[in-house]
Design a protein around this ligand. Structure first.
Ligand code: MN
Length: 477
């Protein structure tokens, strides 16, 4: 997948000098034990590094400043082994600009009734130390994450792991650059937005290019470059010529590969990790990019159609959080409203993300009425089945809002021989009527990112990090 920086998370354990050197040595040893065990368990996607036993404001402030400065640090995890007077945390916490997870845990899982004494009580004060510390985060409106429970529990480690994936995506969001080939589709409202505000709130850089810039890049793609991509395509997917003349079929597929190679080179040179196209703006190219987009999605590039740069950037963001597993651009297309069958059929004209495929994709060439160009090649497959989320970002003028719900991803009830595009079906977990009503009422658009890897809890964490309004439609009535 399109790479990100290599990240780690810093662990800072809170204490104070009151208890003496022996206790502080024990605090450090226990913190080392937890950090080593978390890393050895291999349940976390990124390493944890023990940084400080924080006993005073100067240590904490220095640690947080260093966390801000170090590009490899994706976030800070704090834990209060003992009581740690929280006025010491004010300056450092205010300065911290990275995601913060407060791990409210205790070194020992149980109460050692046979040996417990006041020394043990003084050393193991997480029960009230974590509340003293939590108060100051809340007072500072820090929007931090709290994970509560025994650090050795699999469920607790899973919560930390899920948060880490989101924290890395948050850090990477400030590196997301979207290349727009052409503008938004004319007269469409929901794909518009304030690009300056998107950069302020979400870190996204959104650059316009004329389609001629892509045409120019395509002139430099050689037949040998396309040969290599064609061989790779044949190795991975079923090439289905169908009713086409075989020579025409190959020509159409090769044209998409030429578009793919040209776009990838263009993006690599400019540092772009997401992009949009617009079927209204295809001057000088023969096919609306379909297969080309899908192959770039596979590599981790974010995408949305009709110039929808917001959804393209969201797609890239969520691909980072999900490790590019089963996460991609989606569009609400058509409905089954019969009782007992309620389902949304999601798809697009061509560009459905192959990370969502559960059947081996077929490379097919068919006419496309929209765009007035030659028959485009595309991947055709069936999508995911199971727990999933569907999410969108909308510009409300004064703020961006993240809107989403959890869904049941479903298998299609029947083949669709006259619909040669990839398809994904789902029903909101709150029910189609309730979920879709709330979606419409809240102004969520038809372009979304669909994922069977991410959870609504992770979306909530992401919104917390960005201080975005999060409209969780699972709670709709
Ligand atoms: Mn669309």
């Amino acid at each position: 997948m399109l790479t990100t920086h290599s990240y780690q998370f810093w662990f800072i354990v809170g204490s104070q000098a009151l208890y003496g050197e022996d206790d502080l040595r024990q605090v450090r040893a226990d913190a080392e034990h937890i950090v080593d065990a978390l890393n050895a368990a291999k349940t976390l996607p990124y390493p944890v590094v023990l940084k400080e036993v924080a006993i005073d404001a100067a240590t904490i402030t220095r640690g947080m400043k260093e966390a801000n400065f170090d590009d490899t640090c994706a976030g800070v995890i704090t834990w209060m082994h003992t009581f740690s007077p929280a006025k010491n945390w004010i300056r450092g916490t205010k300065l911290l600009q990275k995601p913060l997870l407060h791990l409210a845990t205790q070194f020992r899982q149980d109460i050692p009734w046979a040996t417990i004494d006041m020394d043990y009580m003084n050393l193991n004060q997480s029960a009230h130390g974590d509340r003293e510390y939590g108060f100051i985060n809340a007072r500072l409106r820090k929007h931090n994450k709290v994970v509560y429970g025994f650090w050795g529990d699999a469920a607790v480690q899973k919560e930390i792991a899920d948060w880490m994936d989101v924290a890395v995506a948050y850090n990477e969001s400030f590196n997301i650059k979207v290349a727009r080939f052409g503008d938004n589709m004319r007269n469409v409202a929901v794909t518009e937005g304030d690009k300056i505000e998107a950069q302020i709130q979400l870190g996204w850089t959104v650059d316009y290019y004329g389609i001629g810039d892509l045409v120019d890049e395509m002139t430099r793609v050689s037949e040998a470059d396309i040969d290599a991509e064609y061989a790779d395509l044949k190795a991975r997917y079923d090439l289905v010529v169908g009713a086409n003349d075989p020579a025409f079929y190959e020509q159409q597929v090769r044209y998409q590969l030429k578009e793919k190679i040209a776009m990838q080179r263009f993006f690599e040179r400019g540092g772009y990790s997401a992009f949009t196209t617009n079927f209204e703006d295809l001057w000088g190219i023969e096919q609306l990019p379909g297969l080309a987009v899908q192959l770039l999605n596979r590599e981790g590039y974010g995408f949305a159609g009709e110039g929808d740069w917001k959804t393209a950037a969201l797609d890239r963001l969520l691909k980072i959080a999900s490790g590019n597993r089963a996460t991609g651009f989606m569009e609400d297309y058509t409905l089954d409203l019969r009782q007992g069958h309620e389902v949304i059929l999601g798809s697009h004209m061509l560009e459905v993300d192959p990370t969502l495929a559960t059947t081996k994709p077929r490379v097919e060439v068919h006419p496309l009425g929209i765009g007035d160009r030659k028959d485009p090649a595309r991947l055709v497959f069936d999508g995911q089945v199971g727990d999933a989320i569907d999410v969108t970002v909308s510009d409300f003028g004064d703020e961006y809002r993240l809107i989403g719900y959890s869904v049941d991803a479903k298998a299609a009830e029947a083949p669709a021989p006259h619909l040669p595009v990839a398809r994904q079906l789902w029903t909101p977990k709150v029910g189609l009527k309730r979920g879709a009503t709330a979606w419409i009422q809240n102004g969520g658009g038809h372009h979304t990112v669909f994922s069977t890897t991410l959870t609504m809890a992770q979306l909530a964490d992401l919104a917390t990090m960005f201080k975005l309004t999060f409209v969780n439609l699972d709670e709709s009535r």
